[in-house]
Design a protein around this ligand. Sequence first.
Ligand SMILES: Cc1ncc(COP(=O)(O)O)c(C=O)c1O
Length: 356
Amino acid sequence: SLTYAPSFGIPALRGKWQESIFEKNSSLSGKKISLPVVTCGITHGISLFADIWVDPDDVVILPDMMWGNYNLIFSVRKGAKISQYSIFTENGTFNLKAFEDKIKEEAGKHKKLVVMLNFPHNPSGYTVTENEGNGIVEILENQAKAGINILAVTDDSYFGLFYEKKSIKESLFARLCGKNSRLLAVKLDGCTKENFVWGLRVGFITYGCQTEGDPSPVYEALEKKTAGCVRGNISNASHLSQSIVLKSMLSEEYSGEKEEKFIILKQRAERVRNVLSDSKYKDAWEVHPFNSGYFMCIRLKTVNAESLRVHLLEKYGVGLISIDEKNLRVAFSCVEESDIKELFDIILQGVEDLSV
Ligand SMILES: Cc1ncc(COP(=O)(O)O)c(C=O)c1O
């Protein structure tokens, strides 16, 4: 018989995932974190996080480019206010100043801030550098020291897909953990993209905090609260999916198979960079910085992004996502390396069609 899983998740999987978090995040060395609680994919993790921690009229700080589902979860479901900063500077770096200004502005109005951090980022495919990452941590730590309660949540959906030297190679969760008693770090991650099993729906919520003395009782309480929320929501995540993930993680082929997939995606990202270095595209768009994940974005100079999206779909059968009036997201992760040049040539053709 296929029994229920515990609402917390299968103990062996929780242990294995926790072990893997330590392996993948060197700054966690010597720190204590909770055992992960299993969710039904990362969307469910975000939604559970919101159920437990977000009240109506709370503020959730996010960049101006963001995954659309945050809006459904935080604004529509929870009635919280999303407050946005502009993610990039003119020079194509993370806009630490805009982030700090936004945090200070909202800290002036709220005693509690929810700060969502998503690197590799959807939609831009950007991951912060070491300096930018440390800057984010310092800004949040300073506010916590000043008496603001901070919930710093990392959405690590695309974790591990880092293609360039300059970006940070661990989750900001690892650096936020243990910084201040007013700063609770929450890690939302899962197998969807990390393990390339989109339909299995296995995600995790893990906590990192600073306490006086042993944090274990605090973590136990947080795990129980979270599992209670799973219980009252979906009861428990699929036993079958959790068993498959656990078995795969214990298999000798696990890391080799992950590496193979990583290399395919990295080659696609490199091909995109290479193709876009051609000056023929420069009058049509600018390329937003990208160095990781599944996506990249172009900022159109002459045509409306939604009009171009519809035109490309109708005339050429090419499906992209428009982020706003100017920005189009390209999911290079799902395009064969050999088709990438053609893809951008079609986008350019689409721009030219709309310009006549
Ligand atoms: C930033 C971000 N968070 C969460 C998710 C959802 O992940 P899952 O499919 O595990 O619910 C996605 C996937 O599209 C995403 O882009």
